[in-house]
Design a protein around this ligand. Structure first.
Ligand code: AP5
Length: 216
């Protein structure tokens, strides 16, 4: 199953991808998570990426293309992959096509999770993260114990790029550079729109209805 989860910041890509990856037993590849891990570890790549991420800008294409090329060739992608947060520009989409042709794993479905901007701002400004990767929300998805991760007991924090002014910039960048990929994939006949405004469970069920026929 070769999938891209597409949508604006806060659409629920990460939330859904974690569950879908378990359900379909394919790796969840989030470029945002890979970049944040590099920031945490203080790598050269992380230090460079942080400058862009903190401003709500995209990290340069050549950096992301290199990351994805390496990651898709790992053995765990043998039976497929679920990309989250990549591609975000036309050059990234073109590079992906080339990489996938070379490794013989063409994209089957691009799921476009659609949520209106005002809801995206509410979701992102209320999001709280754990360094283990779990994500919560102050209203929609509370942890059992305030400020503490249900999975690992870690302390929850707000992502630097979830401050309201950075969120607005991320939404502008999405509209200018990433949204045009909806037409790109729609023209190729592999785009499926998902209404992302229901509960996490509703959205999960909608996505499974689309993906189940692709199960091998
Ligand atoms: P990245 O981490 O990919 O951020 P993003 O795309 O902006 O996505 P988010 O993680 O913010 O949102 P999401 O859709 O995953 O929503 P989530 O499930 O968490 O990228 C960060 C930065 O890295 C970029 O700005 C850029 O700088 C850089 N970068 C990454 N990839 C790049 C690339 N390819 N090229 C260049 N630069 C790149 O949900 C959000 C909140 O809503 C949570 O609190 C959640 O609990 C809640 N929620 C989820 N679903 C629902 C629901 N159905 N109802 C109510 N609440 C919900």
């Amino acid at each position: 199953m070769n999938i891209v989860l597409f949508g604006p910041p806060g659409a629920g890509k990460g939330t859904q991808a974690k569950e879908l990856a378990k359900h379909y037993n394919i790796p969840h590849i989030s470029t945002g998570d890979i970049l944040r891990a590099n920031v945490r570890e203080g790598t050269k790549l992380g230090m460079k990426a942080k400058e862009y991420m903190d401003k709500g800008e995209l990290v340069p294409d050549e950096v992301l293309i290199g990351i994805i090329r390496d990651r898709l060739q790992q053995p765990d992608c043998k039976n497929g992959y679920m990309l989250d947060g990549y591609p975000r520009t036309l050059p990234q989409a073109e590079a992906l096509k080339e990489i996938l042709e070379k490794i013989g794993k063409p994209l089957e479905v691009v799921l476009n999770i659609d949520v209106p901007d005002d809801e995206l701002i509410d979701r992102l400004s209320g999001r709280r993260m754990c360094s283990c990767g779990e994500s919560y929300h102050l209203i929609f998805n509370l942890p059992l114990k305030e400020g503490t991760c249900d999975s690992c007991g870690g302390k929850l924090y707000q992502r630097d790029d979830d401050k309201e002014e950075v969120v607005r910039q991320r939404l502008e960048v999405y509209a200018a550079k990433t949204k045009p990929l909806i037409d790109y994939y729609s023209d190729r006949g592999i785009l499926v729109n998902i209404d992302g405004t229901g509960s996490v469970e509703d959205v999960f069920r909608q996505i499974c209805d689309v993906l189940d026929p692709y199960r091998k």
